[in-house]
Design a protein around this ligand. Structure first.
Ligand code: FBP
Length: 329
């Protein structure tokens, strides 16, 4: 007797139009997963020679995956504005702008520095409702706090291809079964442990950190059996991979602000399509997402590619980090 497990299509069936958008996003994920698996054989590794709005060197797959995401979302006829890490300005699809439609913000390939070394990368997405009637002011419609997200998720391209998402009713994970081409539920009702034993941060930046943050990391590395220290360090260099591990095993991922000439004084990660969606997922799993001083989901965005510091993970770990950063420890 075949053991039929719940597919993503079945899981989202009751979500109306949102189900169509999520279905298209997972289709894009399947297409991107296939291309990643063959990238080294079909000349898809390496850069385009261009620089994107973030000042970063653009990888061929960044642009290619962006086109796949745009085509998939446009085909729904339900998404009125698209914001992407790879597009300087939002793509506004006026013909799709009726009440109740959606805004999609996404990072087509997260962890791009891992692409050419066959490392783990991901796609991150955030879905909000289009508030206006017809062709309202795009910025006012898009630049709204993360608390207004109706869905968020990531697709992780690792040994398996895994979709983890929330629509505000908890967090579930679906693994792509390549033998049937379906995302099948593999992680039901993900709950992050209250506290972990792992921290994840690029310590190469530590000379530029605020001293309070250096003290916090030193605290995690100090030996104290009673409080489960020292913590161990893990850093894949892909937010999707590092946060996925943190969601399942607990702990904390940090990309803090640092005093650097290239503007990373406000952190590296982008609010609309990295910090806010990962914050929504993590909070729905019982965790916390903070800048160190405030809840990420309550930040009022002021620009499409705005960067914020991010401390995210187990509630007790993020709270302790906040205590250090606010000078309470
Ligand atoms: P991209 O979306 O451009 O890949 O940037 C985000 C990211 O790659 C995260 O996935 C990762 O956690 C971080 O930047 C790595 O940055 P760094 O190389 O500075 O540690």
């Amino acid at each position: 007797m075949t053991d039929f497990r719940l597919t993503l299509a079945q899981h989202v069936r009751s979500l109306g139009d949102l189900a169509i958008v999520l279905d298209q996003l997972t289709l894009a994920g399947k297409v991107i997963a296939r291309e990643l698996a063959r990238a080294a054989l079909i000349g898809q590794l390496g850069t385009t020679g261009e620089t994107n709005v973030q000042g970063e060197t653009v990888k061929k797959l960044d642009v290619w995956a962006n086109d796949v995401m745009v085509s998939a979302l446009e085909a729904t006829g339900l998404v009125c504005t698209l914001v992407s890490e790879e597009m300087a300005e939002p793509l506004h699809l006026a013909q799709h702008c009726a009440r109740g439609r959606y805004i999609a913000c996404f990072d087509p390939v997260d962890g791009s520095s891992n692409l050419d070394v066959n490392g783990i990368v991901g796609t991150i997405f955030s879905i909000r409702r289009h508030q206006g009637d017809g062709n309202d002011h795009v910025a006012a419609d898009t630049l709204r706090p993360g608390t207004e997200q109706v869905a968020a998720g990531y697709i992780m391209y690792g040994p398996g291809t895994l979709l983890v998402y929330t629509n505000g009713a908890g967090v579930n994970g679906f693994t792509l079964d390549p033998t049937i081409g379906e995302f099948v539920r593999s992680h039901q009702g993900i709950r992050i442990p209250a506290r972990g034993r792992t921290y994840s941060v690029n310590e190469g930046n530590s000379p530029r950190w605020d001293p309070s943050l250096r003290r916090y990391i030193e605290h995690l590395r100090a030996t104290d059996v009673a409080s489960g220290r020292p913590y161990t360090a893990r850093y894949v260099g892909s937010l999707v991979a590092d946060l996925h591990r943190t969601l399942l095993e607990g702990g904390i991922y940090l990309y803090p602000a640092d005093a650097r000439a290239d503007g990373k004084a406000t952190g590296k990660l982008r609010l609309l399509y990295e910090a806010a969606p990962m914050g929504f997922i993590t909070e729905q799993a019982g965790g916390k997402a903070s800048t160190g001083l405030e809840r990420v989901l309550e930040i009022q965005p002021t620009a499409y590619h705005q960067r914020v510091p991010l401390l995210i993970g187990s509630p007790e770990d993020v709270t302790l980090a906040e205590e250090f950063i606010s000078g309470g420890r």
